[in-house]
Design a protein around this ligand. Structure first.
Ligand SMILES: Cc1cc2nc3c(=O)[nH]c(=O)nc-3n(C[C@H](O)[C@H](O)[C@H](O)COP(=O)(O)O)c2cc1C
Length: 331
């Protein structure tokens, strides 16, 4: 069955909004005109304290862009992307043109592309304990090639001097954030809320307390899920997302690489969570940057391993985040 342009666009946008974002802020807006989707950073949803430069927000938008392209492939379409096309409009992060029924020479979606598309609604941040089971070399290779397909690179960090340094920087960052009342207020604002809230992190998405001192500290949300304390894995695999350079454009590329790797992880039965605290304290971020200087520019850190399924978090609807042009010349 051939899908209409409107339903293709709607399906692509429904995939976009499933992207992860810091505190589930969903900092994106889409302007749709005919076969064009413009992706904009929504400044009103950038975290003022944790992310004043909108770095993490652009990573989230890069993830949304990746979902759009993957969903279009699963519909046998192609999203032709122009990244940050207007110097004078830096919040216009990308323009996607949905190419025809099948552009000349283009092949139908492969099984692995369809699997990635299936993973869009199955991927969830997992803040629960993982098994003490190593991630195999072949799984790592699959994740690495997923990130590469978007122009980013993964660096896997196992037990090493660099691992110890990262563990230490995550702890230090968590302690520094903890003393910042404005940050604590920001966390409180984005946490919990009424059951019909369409953004923010629901209490039941937070993991249990660790029974002992966890090696790698997940972010504290200052409220706990009323679950019994659990033992966490002793040495989770840490994965850094890096790019060749540093700029807002590279933030979007890193976000897309991160997302494709997360989708590949999900389709391999792997779980993931984020460790962004060290990026949210400027001098600690400088230390993390130096720790990866020989690899490129580091954008984010993930914890990847084998976990048990977790629940879905809410999203604003496609209608809430989209403006549609009625004259065909943009919204
Ligand atoms: C750039 C970025 C940074 C994030 N940092 C953290 C973090 O430090 N700690 C955390 O628990 N979750 C973090 N998250 C995960 C979000 O809270 C999560 O994506 C959001 O609540 C939506 O839930 P979902 O990923 O299950 O769909 C981050 C997500 C993104 C995209």
């Amino acid at each position: 069955m051939i899908a209409s342009q409107t339903s293709v666009t709607t399906l692509a946008l429904a995939a976009a909004v499933r992207a992860p974002s810091p505190f589930n802020t969903q900092p994106w807006h889409f302007d749709v005109a005919g076969d064009r989707i413009e992706l904009r950073l929504d400044r009103a949803r950038v975290l003022e304290v944790a992310d004043p430069d909108a770095r993490e927000a652009r990573l989230a938008c890069g993830a949304a862009l990746c979902n759009v392209r993957i969903q279009l492939r699963a519909l046998d379409r192609v999203g032709l992307v122009d990244l940050m096309p207007n110097r004078d409009d830096p919040d216009l992060l990308a323009v996607v043109r949905i190419a025809g029924e099948r552009i000349a020479g283009e092949r139908p979606a492969t099984d692995s592309e369809r699997k990635l598309a299936d993973a869009i609604s199955k991927r969830h941040t997992n803040r629960h304990p993982f098994l003490d089971r190593p991630v195999s070399a072949s799984a790592r290779a699959t994740l690495a090639s997923a990130a590469r397909a978007e122009g980013a690179r993964l660096v896997f960090v196992d037990a090493s001097e660099r691992y110890d340094l990262l563990v230490d920087l995550i702890r230090k960052a968590e302690q520094r954030l903890d003393t910042n009342e404005a940050y604590r207020q920001e966390v409180r604002y984005w946490l919990g809320g009424p059951v019909d809230r369409h953004d923010g992190v629901p209490i039941d998405a937070i993991g249990p307390e660790p029974v002992d001192d966890q090696l790698v500290r997940l972010r504290s949300f200052y409220r706990t899920n009323p679950l019994p304390a659990r033992r966490f894995e002793q040495q989770p695999l840490l994965v850094a997302v890096v790019t060749a350079g540093t700029s807002p454009r590279y933030d979007v590329i890193a976000g897309a690489g991160m997302q494709r790797a997360l989708l590949a992880a999900c389709s391999l039965g792997l779980s993931a969570s984020f460790l962004s605290q060290p990026f949210e304290v400027p001098d600690i971020r400088d230390e993390v940057t130096r720790a990866f200087a020989s690899d490129g520019h580091v954008h984010t850190l993930l914890r990847i391993g084998y976990g048990y399924p977790v629940g879905v978090t809410p999203r604003r609807s496609v209608g809430e985040v989209t403006s549609t042009a009625t004259n065909g010349h943009g919204a």
